[in-house]
Design a protein around this ligand. Sequence first.
Ligand code: APR
Ligand code: PHB
Length: 404
Amino acid sequence: MNHQTQVGIIGAGPAGLLLSQLLDQQGIRSVVLENRSQERVESRQRAGLLEQNTVDRLRQAGATDRLDREGLVHDGIILSYNGQRHRIDLVELTSGSRVTIYAQTEVVKDLIRLRLGSTPLDAEVPISFEAEATRIDGLESSSPTIHYTQNGEAHTLTCDFVAGCDGFHGISRASIPAELTKVYDKVYPYCWLGILAKVPPSTHELIYAYHERGFALHSMRSPEISRLYVQCNVTDTLEDWPDERIWAELQIRLGSTGWVLAEGPILEKTITPMRSFVSEPMQYGRLFLSGDSAHIVPPTGAKGLNMAVADTGSLFDALMTWYREGSRANLDTYTAGCMRRVWRVQEFSNFMTELLHHNPDRTPFDAHLQTSRFNQLITSRAASALVAENYVGHAAKQSAEATT
Ligand code: APR
Ligand code: PHB
């Protein structure tokens, strides 16, 4: 069957769903194709820290009702180095910026409710679940076509533009001719084992800890649910990490004199590889990539979701210039505009990752540099302010003038 819409969106992650919702509010039609089921998409555990820029975009999309009620607003974060703690006062160091804890899964659920709830009875379904995009044709023309399969049947979706929001493993990135593409990639020699635990958080603010035994992070989902991570080896499996071992390592790595980490039943465990990746350009003809389909960051800076939302915001603005004024100007500069932000965020995510992990391959020289970097954060307000600016997302807003 052949379907038609204005913007064909591949992927119902935060990038694709937000774009669809923003466009709908301006009367622009879109269809989201998602190869997983709705249930699967809504149950994937991901990070959950939102910059103010991200909250603002979600507000523009009308998607903050529950976030405003349930989001936990944080004024600072705590860095710990072998048990020595240093608080980064985000509000003070950035003249008033805060961050909000609200799980990506909940953002996704809220956006899906909004999109499905706004379907006029006679209209095209705005999100097709279990619909796998297999190929995109005609990107150089004014009406590209997405080929997809659903329930074993072949379909096509013809549109004005294709938004490739299909994550790192999607098909969109590979639709840009290889000879035009540059890829930058770095894989770290460690992973994160993440847990959700039914226990009230033992801290009001996130604790990011470096320890000789490896990194640990104490985050949270609600006043009743904690989210914690420990660094593990790339060859580790969940069988290597029984619950007792996880809690024992968290106790040691997050430990600090006079502080106790409360333990509770573990609801979920996952292992996540750590990678930095950028593919350039983020566009080709009528195709525009947004979010993880174009770049991924290690989660130490909490930037994956925020970058996906920032890309989507830029793409939405550029599409509106096209639909309102008939001008391609902002679409043509989409990659360049995103890249400034992408590299700032890549550098910050890499900095936080290398500051806080125990790299099994590091030399004694590297170890001294790592300690010295932490000491500079403790002793220099300027160094802490730089971390704070990047963490809340201010630094990524500035346009860098230097080029590589
Ligand atoms: N056809 C249809 N859908 C696809 C296809 C395909 N061929 N390939 C992938 N998808 C879907 C995936 O199932 C997923 O739901 O695309 C979606 C991509 O969503 P995300 O991976 O969440 O990517 P994005 O929206 O860019 O959000 C980035 O999510 O991965 C985290 O840490 C990352 O927080 C960041 C955020
Ligand atoms: C999370 O709450 O899952 C989280 C928070 C901060 C990070 C990464 C993950 O840097």
